[in-house]
Design a protein around this ligand. Structure first.
Ligand code: GLA
Length: 444
């Protein structure tokens, strides 16, 4: 009999016993629903991003950190090619069923089974043979689950947990880059044109570390990664604003469109470029004069600029091409500077870069909200705090901050009070424990 407690301690660290009850009750529910027998439990974590926002789909740099909040998927393979899904939060996520193939019809937008359909289809295509289906039960409820819609990648965690389970039952030994790409393709299936940051960190995270990731694949399709220890003497605190943006996918894809427009226009000046990353070492002041402040899909198309496949971007959507591209250009430089400062232990410098990144996200990329600005401003008032910035896609969700160990209690109290006083809302503040990447936890 595997000792679940010691296994959980290797994942969650000291204090892991509180997880035991969560795992055991999910196992009970699974057996009640699907019958007795062996059950495999997989997990995949959510993440925050220290710095490097909206750079990944531009082949830039990111520095994410996995949370110890995760999605659990309990599963048992089936032999009839069907996937049966249930969720501990059955009110929000009703049971679902679909057949595995290389062309799985998607469920209506917003249906949670799409996060399993995508990986099943992509892995089937990759392996050239239908992967085995399974009976599955998801456990991702608060307080241990990845907060949903909070910009900490709950959907990628769900996708990755599904993909890891399909891979396990198919006997596919995945490596990081190929699996991350597969999961990213699986999310394109859902309709978001995101990058690969969330999938990479969910797969390759190491305890106590951020992951520097260069999102430009090399000739072999591999990616450069480096685990970076989180700074000693500080806690990485996550402040959830409680604000959830309803229409993020459209806004997100509009930003992607602005970046693609920038590349297409700059290609006229710098032939051969494919991503904003390619102009990273050129003088931005010269480049930006070639980019319009404002444009629309229709006006760009009329000027011969093709933006490619972008669902939900209306013809007249306002694209702030110059400002968006400027954000990406400067943000990439900030990530490299932050990694350098972390290597040198210059944490106040890291803090300055986080603050600058927030300003750029707010002014240039326009992805902040008044609530996120209140949180960043409040966080910076506490003595010794090294920076505060929104994390994730934006339009709500969370802010992060590096807080000296001795200031954590004061920080939590001050930020909560200030946030309540200025917005009438409650902030949920919790430390990021920097957990490990996804995988099989236990088979019992
Ligand atoms: C979302 C996407 C990521 C990344 C971030 C912004 O989380 O899924 O790929 O683009 O937004 O940095």
């Amino acid at each position: 009999m595997i000792d679940l407690s010691s296994r959980l301690e290797t994942i969650y660290g000291p204090g892991a016993e509180v997880q035991s009850a969560r795992y055991r009750s999910a196992l009970d529910v699974f057996r009640e629903r699907y019958g007795p027998g062996l059950v495999h439990t997989f997990r995949a974590p959510g993440r925050v991003n220290l710095i490097g926002e909206h750079t990944d789909y531009n082949h830039g740099y990111v520095l994410p950190v996995a949370l110890d909040r995760d999605v659990l998927l309990l599963a048992r393979p089936r032999s009839d090619g069907q996937v049966h899904l249930a969720n501990m939060e059955s009110g929000d996520f009703p049971q679902r069923q679909f057949a595995v193939s290389d062309t799985i019809p998607s469920a209506p937008a917003g249906d949670w089974s799409n996060y399993a359909r995508g990986p099943a289809q992509e892995l089937t295509r990759l392996l050239g043979t239908p992967v085995a289906g399974f009976d599955g039960l998801v456990s991702a409820a608060p307080p241990f689950g990845v907060p949903r819609g909070a910009g900490v990648s709950s959907s990628s965690a769900l996708t990755v947990a599904m993909a890891v389970a399909f891979a396990h039952f198919a006997g596919w030994q995945w490596d990081g880059a190929e699996m991350a790409r597969l999961c990213s393709d699986a999310e394109w299936y859902v309709g978001t044109r995101g990058g690969i940051m969330d999938q990479f960190i969910a797969l390759l995270a190491q305890r106590g570390h951020a992951l520097f990731l260069d999102c430009r694949p090399d000739r072999n399709g591999d990616f450069r990664t480096r685990p970076i220890p989180l700074p000693a003497g500080y806690r990485l605190l996550v402040m959830d604003s409680g604000v959830r943006h309803a229409n993020t996918r459209n806004e997100f894809n509009q930003r992607v469109a602005a970046c693609r427009a920038g590349v297409a226009l700059l290609r006229r000046e710098v032939p051969g470029i494919t991503h904003l990353r390619d102009v990273e070492n050129l003088d931005w002041a010269t480049l930006e004069s070639h980019l319009p402040e404002d444009a629309s899909v229709a006006s760009l198309r009329a000027a011969g600029v093709e933006l490619g496949d972008l669902p939900n971007v209306p013809e007249d959507a306002p694209l702030r091409v110059r400002a968006c591209c400027r954000h990406v250009w400067t943000e990439n430089h900030r990530v490299l500077a932050a990694v350098d400062a972390l290597d040198r232990g210059e944490i106040p410098r890291v803090g300055e870069l986080l603050d600058d990144a927030h300003t750029s996200a707010r002014e240039e990329y326009r992805i902040s909200t008044p609530e996120l600005d209140v949180l960043t401003n409040a966080a910076r008032q506490v003595d010794g705090v090294a920076g505060a910035r929104l994390t994730g896609a934006g339009w709500g969700g969370c802010v992060i901050s590096l807080v000296p160990d001795g200031q954590v209690d004061e920080f939590m109290g001050y930020v909560s009070r200030t946030y309540m006083a200025q917005t009438g809302r409650e902030a949920t503040i919790f430390p990021c424990q920097a957990g490990p990447g996804a995988g099989l936890v236990v088979s019992v």
